[in-house]
Write a protein that binds this ligand. Structure first.
Ligand code: ATP
Ligand code: MG
Ligand code: MG
Length: 350
């Protein structure tokens, strides 16, 4: 059978490896951390830096196709891997989503709504942005931000100078504040033959910048639901994408605004493990392995809750709950803010 190479051995890589195993496929993880959660459940773990070209070259010889669980893969690593084996999702998808400026430009080019944005490299750019976009706004690093890290709220123009100084010279993007009523995301998949399947949009609540819960069904009208799914399909098609993508959306009275896209399985898609016959992890493996996609139909209402830091210690209580599926990622240390696991609670019709 074939072997799927997965760059990154965190919880997403782990759940991808478990899904692959169920389909009779082998997985080879590449991650610098010998204790990577995916290493415990995969066929092999190569422990080396993403900048170690020799390690990358030997590893890629052992796999048939390469995929990944995070978007910040160094370009040099991609050059090495791509010359040896197919990479799904493709380079274009990575390039677009690694940089918030490229991402926003790509989305608006497609005709999709985003927050008003401007590139910020210095105080001159900032002055211009304050003038054109105004406040409130958010200043974000263009690259490497996640869980709300590398972001500063600019409530009034006076906040701008300090916010820029806090970027420590990192290229940044200024985003006008979107007045949304709530946040939803679409987990969408595209196969090698171009077929697209979307899961039902989920409604997301963040606490301290980290996803706390995803609830399906989301609070959306039929039209909003259709819009969400269609725009996700447009993004995948334009990229010639193969695999699963997470598309984060703001719901506003004026329509859906795209916040960001993630070229991988997504935390807000974990509910699919309890709500669908084929979950997002199996869907991604099917796509990159060239299988037909499963359909995304939802058969239950679900609330997914992340177990962050010490939350994970409540598992003995959670294990007593009815209709509750527990996922623990096998991470030794429950550091503050660290994603340790999640639960999917199936809501039964009364
Ligand atoms: P993730 O962990 O999802 O990758 P991230 O660090 O990339 O998060 P964003 O998704 O860009 O950050 O922003 C985090 C949260 O901040 C959003 O989910 C939303 O609640 C809020 N936010 C971000 N941008 C805006 C905006 N332009 N207007 C209003 N709220 C925003
Ligand atoms: Mg993000
Ligand atoms: Mg986000």
């Amino acid at each position: 059978g074939s072997t799927i190479g997965i760059l990154g051995g965190g919880q997403l890589g782990r759940m991808l490896a478990l899904a692959a195993a169920r389909l009779g496929l082998r997985t080879a993880i590449f991650d610098p951390d010998p204790n990577a959660p995916a290493g415990q459940v995969s066929d092999s773990l190569t422990t080396a830096a993403y900048t170690d070209s020799n390690a990358l070259k030997s590893w890629v010889e052992t796999v048939d196709v390469v995929t990944y669980e995070f978007e910040n893969i160094p370009t040099e690593a991609l050059d090495i891997l791509e010359s040896a084996k197919p990479i799904h999702p493709n380079r274009k998808a990575l390039a677009v989503s690694q940089d918030r400026l490229t991402e926003k430009a790509f989305l608006s080019d497609l005709g999709l709504k985003t927050a008003p944005f401007a590139a910020i490299d210095d105080m001159d750019d900032m002055t211009e942005a304050l003038d054109e976009i105004g406040a409130p706004a958010i200043l974000k690093t263009r690259r490497f931000g996640y869980d709300g890290k590398g972001q500063a709220r600019i409530m009034a123009p006076e906040d701008a100078e300090q916010a820029l100084a806090d970027m420590n010279g990192a290229p940044a993007i200024y985003e006008g504040f979107v007045n949304f009523t709530h946040e939803v995301s679409v987990i969408a998949a595209r196969g090698t033959t171009g077929e697209v399947a979307c899961f039902d949009p989920g409604e997301n609540v963040h606490v301290n910048g980290i996803l706390h819960t995803t609830t399906v069904p989301a609070n959306l009208t039929g039209k909003q639901r259709t819009d969400a799914v269609l725009l996700a399909g447009q993004i995948l098609n334009r990229l010639g994408y193969v695999g699963v993508m997470g598309v984060e959306l703001f719901v506003t009275p004026q329509g859906l605004v795209v916040n960001e896209i993630a070229p991988r399985v997504h935390n807000s898609g974990h509910w699919t493990q309890a709500g669908c016959a084929v979950d997002q992890f199996e869907q991604h493996i099917r796509a990159v392995a060239g299988w037909p996609l499963g359909d995304g139909a939802r058969h239950a209402d679900v609330v997914m809750t992340n177990l962050i830091g010490d939350d994970a210690h409540t598992w003995p209580e959670l294990a007593k709950e009815a209709d509750t599926q527990i996922h623990l990622y096998g991470k030794a240390e429950a550091r503050e803010g660290r994603k340790m696991g999640h639960v999917n609670r199936v809501i039964r019709a009364k």
